[in-house]
Design a protein around this ligand. Structure first.
Ligand SMILES: *[C@@H]1O[C@H](CO)[C@@H](O)[C@H](O)[C@H]1NC(C)=O
Ligand SMILES: *[C@@H]1O[C@H](CO)[C@@H](O)[C@H](O)[C@H]1NC(C)=O
Ligand SMILES: *[C@@H]1O[C@H](CO)[C@@H](O)[C@H](O)[C@H]1NC(C)=O
Ligand SMILES: *[C@@H]1O[C@H](CO)[C@@H](O)[C@H](O)[C@H]1NC(C)=O
Length: 490
């Protein structure tokens, strides 16, 4: 009885509060529009906002100067003379990277932690007299700096004799997954590929068992594979997403390790039933492992990759391999820092912020809370412009950025969608002073366009939203000046 009374009073109080006149002249603020499914999970949203993450390929290949070990390497060759995982984490921190993924085991089968299911690991190496644990040192160093960790455990194992015997090998693999996810807590991403011995035709990987076990042990983890379930591969190792790139796709059409799906992975599917955003993996050098003969990519190449990955609705997973000393090479660290500085230089100033922004309409009218100012604040997820919805007639939605002095100077245009309500935009056009400059398709979390040629001097930029899966919701618009791009047209 008391309980009932209380809830009754609570109800009355709430009712009165909601009906109190507020500063807005509207009787009630309009609620947000309904989402359009599928939607990202909480962990997928966190992942998307990282924008750039780091892969670290390290193992016996680092010492044998190879990319794919044979599995016959003598474990004693693993001997980083001054391994310092704090240096790895410092390099990541300086580059503004919040997640590092380590190859706990690559195709050669050598394990960087002391697994109890094999001797082919750090136990048999000269490093720390077989008493060391690289994964533990990696996790400790990252967490000291507030950086999250991820793990790659290669399904293909060229060393272990159980490989090729389905049951035995899947038990072995699953045993190692349990070891890793019980011992090292708060793993944010686990990386699976479908690589197989081309000769071992009858090998199958029990992905459903593996994935279920992973989620059971650590539920907030994102599982990466060709088919997700949380993050999908982008279909190439160049770090390049499709010009059209949906975070949605049909998982049921994805067979892990099949070359036929690479194009589909690259673009996603506007009718896709699953939220499965793409991750673009590429190495800062030619190879994935460190080789004395290789050097890091030029800054301009890294920026091209950035625009084609982060700028196309993806997360960039950039590999930076530690060397035989057990450190990230000074050249790579320096290039990574230049990369971060360049990104900050380009995007620190949004020229649109000083401008007048006009929109075709807004949900709930001028005081509805869905106005154009929401596209210029720092919240790129939950603060957005929403146009009016009208079922009866198809409305033309647009945004205009005005500088009355005609002195907008920029060469990059950025748009972000409020993806918490689903990815919607299918096609749009961008006009600068009435001239059509860009015909775009998808936007998603972030879309960046670099304009060819010289810097634009203009009075008005108009973004016309042509087609969307529902009313478009835009969380950010930006005009930027990229001096690195500009200098390429000199
Ligand atoms: C490890 O690297 C960090 C960061 O670069 C450095 O401060 C520290 O002195 C290094 N530790 C050793 C033992 O060299
Ligand atoms: C296929 O698998 C079985 C055990 O599952 C194994 O005995 C056999 O050697 C394998 N065949 C080939 C060609 O790998
Ligand atoms: C994905 O699934 C949806 C819903 O079943 C379907 O309409 C669409 O055609 C599928 N896409 C492809 C490429 O088959
Ligand atoms: C590895 O990188 C560190 C840091 O730049 C450097 O001091 C060391 O000489 C490098 N090791 C090799 C073998 O190049």
């Amino acid at each position: 009885m008391t309980k009932l009374c209380c809830s009754f009073f609570l109800f009355i109080t709430l009712f009165l509060q909601l009906n109190k006149p507020c500063s807005s002249s509207l009787e009630q603020l309009p609620a947000p529009p309904l989402p359009i499914l599928p939607l990202p999970s909480y962990s997928q949203l966190k992942w998307q906002q990282r924008e750039i993450i780091m892969f670290l390929h390290f193992g016996v290949n680092t010492f044998s100067d190879s990319e794919w070990g044979t599995g016959h390497e003598n474990p004693s060759i693993f001997n980083p003379t001054s391994l310092n995982t704090t240096q790895w984490a410092s390099v990541a921190e300086e580059a503004g990277i919040s997640l590092m993924i380590l190859t706990a085991k690559h195709h050669d089968g050598f394990c960087l932690w002391p697994s109890k299911y094999t001797k082919h690991s750090v136990i048999s190496s000269t490093w720390q007299n077989g008493k060391g644990d690289v994964v533990q040192e990696f996790v400790n160093a990252a967490s000291d700096k507030g950086i999250d960790v991820g793990i790659y455990l290669s399904p293909w194992d060229r060393h272990d004799s159980r490989y090729g015997h389905d049951l035995l090998y899947n038990e072995y693999y699953l045993g190692q997954l349990q070891e890793l996810l019980k011992k090292y807590q708060n793993v944010r991403e686990i990386w699976f590929d479908g690589a197989k011995d081309p000769k071992a035709k009858n090998v199958s990987y029990y992905f459903s068992d593996w994935f279920s076990m992973v989620k059971e042990l650590q539920s907030s983890i994102n599982i990466f594979s060709d088919a997700g379930p949380d993050v999908r591969w982008v279909g190439n190792e160049q770090g390049m997403a499709g010009d059209t790139c949906w975070s949605t796709i049909n998982r049921s059409s994805l067979a892990i390790g099949s070359a036929d799906i690479e194009q589909y992975l690259n673009t996603g599917d506007p009718r896709g039933t699953d939220w499965l955003p793409a991750e673009c993996d590429v190495s800062i050098r030619k190879g994935w492992f460190w080789h004395k003969s290789e050097s890091p990519k030029k800054l301009s190449e890294l920026l091209d990759i950035y625009y084609a990955s982060v700028g196309r609705n993806c997360v960039l997973n950039l590999n930076v391999p530690p060397n035989t000393t057990g450190l990230i090479s000074e050249n790579d660290a320096r290039r990574l820092k230049e990369f971060r500085t360049a990104i900050n230089t380009i995007f620190h100033k949004n020229i649109a912020k000083g401008c007048y922004v006009k929109v075709s309409s807004q949900r709930g009218g001028k005081e509805g809370g869905f106005g154009p100012e929401n596209m210029l604040d720092s919240d790129h997820l939950w603060s957005y412009w929403a146009p009016r919805e009208d079922d009866k007639k198809k409305e033309d939605h647009w945004v205009e950025i005005w500088d009355n002095d005609g002195d907008l100077r920029f060469n990059v245009i950025g748009i972000q969608e409020a993806i918490g309500f689903g990815q919607r935009i299918k096609s749009y056009e961008i006009y600068v002073d009435g001239k059509l400059l860009i015909q775009g398709t998808t936007v998603g979390y972030k879309r960046l366009h670099r304009l060819d040629g010289d810097v634009v001097h203009a009075q008005v930029v108009r973004i016309r939203l042509i087609e969307a899966r529902g009313v478009p919701l835009i969380s950010s618009i930006g005009l930027y000046f990229d001096p690195f791009w500009h200098s390429r047209f000199k």
